[in-house]
Ligand binder design. Structure first.
Ligand code: ADP
Ligand code: ZN
Length: 373
């Protein structure tokens, strides 16, 4: 078991990583469940149909043993659940259940469920508590920690949201046994991100042990999750609202990745983690083009990503667009200002930095070179 504190003044919380934790949810979440036993009300749980089908039965049993009852709000799997319509239904459901500001809502699912629940809790009664029970590798190592919550709108992804920290993040690596391999690899991209952005030794460890992590070997998996979370917790504590450059480091691969997600219509053609993986390859290659890392290092980053079964070259996507079209997608980034955009580049494998001198026309030229292969 690992317990990682997220040291935010006044809103400090813990991330608990423990194999089999979901079976012991009543012990772990006890501080947030007692109010429900006292008042005889149902505990609000949110899941998607997949996580409900796989895990709700056990959760209901565990709660029943101590005289608690869960009430479930279930959404369809996929990004469409992060919508105004579902948000409205969820908030109305919480109000109908009579949640108070001292209550906690439980989010059992991947990043979609976590982002939706976090935002609903941020705005319902101006702030209800919530507990994250992330069930995808991506949510376990990234989105469940740090308090970024959001929904998608016509104008783009995650443009409507709030910072709202969970009271607790409970991670059970065992739940990843049922996660589809493709989702596992996509989450692994964010794990590699931590190594590339700030921990060369972790990156080397992942090069050697990535296959064990993907195979869900308990020891390797727990180490990958705990090391990732420890770095995220440190960065979030230092820069909760991304006003300094620290938290921005977590966007390594995301500006390039976002353009690829937009070009593929945010569809199953390219999952977020897959886009980030290829985005990190592009960030490394662009850093090498600027002479900041060697071509050898850029190739090493690409090799680690390819070895995990993730897309590592632009032609492999078969896009029918040019560099200018990809740059156009980047202009819609939340951080865009005029003709420039802060880019996350590499000074070394294990050291990212925010470059503010990048010209988007040069990025377009670079993307054209990359598209040609
Ligand atoms: P992410 O966490 O990457 O943002 P989602 O929340 O969209 O992704 O989850 C990805 C897919 O995996 C969804 O179809 C979801 O229902 C499914 N899923 C989530 N957790 C599990 C799990 N532990 N086992 C099986 N499928 C899962
Ligand atoms: Zn991401």
């Amino acid at each position: 078991m690992a317990v990682i504190p997220v040291a935010l003044a006044g809103r400090a919380y813990e991330v608990v990583i423990e194999r089999g934790l979901l079976d012991r949810i009543v012990e772990h979440a006890e501080p947030y469940l007692t109010r429900y036993s006292r008042t005889d009300r149902a505990v609000p749980f949110v899941a998607d149909t997949n996580t409900r089908d796989i895990f709700a039965g056990d959760v209901n049993d565990r709660l029943a043993w101590v005289g608690l009852k869960a009430e479930w709000f279930v959404v369809e799997p996929g990004e469409d659940a992060k919508s105004w319509a579902v948000l409205e239904r969820l908030c109305d459901w919480l109000l109908a259940l009579g949640v108070t500001r001292s209550d906690h809502v439980f989010a059992l699912g991947g990043g979609v469920v976590g982002d939706l629940v976090g935002f609903a809790c941020a705005i319902t009664k101006r702030g209800v508590g919530f507990v994250q029970l992330p069930t995808t590798l991506l949510a376990q190592v990234d989105s469940s920690v740090g308090g970024k919550t959001a929904i998608n709108t016509r104008a783009g992804k995650n443009l409507i949201g709030a910072f709202h920290q969970p009271s607790q993040v409970l991670i059970d690596p065992l739940v990843l046994d049922t996660l589809p391999d493709r989702e596992m690899r996509a989450g692994f991209a964010e794990v590699l991100k931590y190594g590339l952005l700030g921990d060369a030794a972790f990156f080397s460890w992942l090069e050697a042990n990535g296959d064990k992590v993907l195979a869900r070997e308990p020891h390797a998996l727990e180490n990958a999750i705990a090391t990732s979370i420890a770095m995220k917790a440190r960065i979030v504590a230092a820069d909760e609202r991304e006003t300094l450059d620290q938290r921005a480091l977590l966007n390594l691969g995301h500006t390039f990745g976002h353009a690829l997600e937009a070009e593929t219509g945010f569809s199953d053609r390219l999952l977020h983690g897959e886009a980030v993986a290829l985005g990190m390859v592009l960030a490394a290659r662009y850093s090498a083009r600027r002479g900041e890392i060697s071509d050898g290092d850029a190739a090493r980053a690409a090799a680690a990503i390819a070895a995990a079964g993730l897309p590592a070259s632009l032609p492999s996507l078969g896009l029918a667009c040019n560099g200018a079209a990809l740059v156009d997608h980047m202009r819609h980034d939340k951080k865009a200002e005029g003709t420039t955009l802060p880019f996350l580049l590499l000074r070394a494998l294990g050291e990212a930095y925010v470059a503010r001198d990048v010209d988007l026309a040069d990025i377009a030229a670079f993307m054209d070179e990359e598209l040609r292969g």
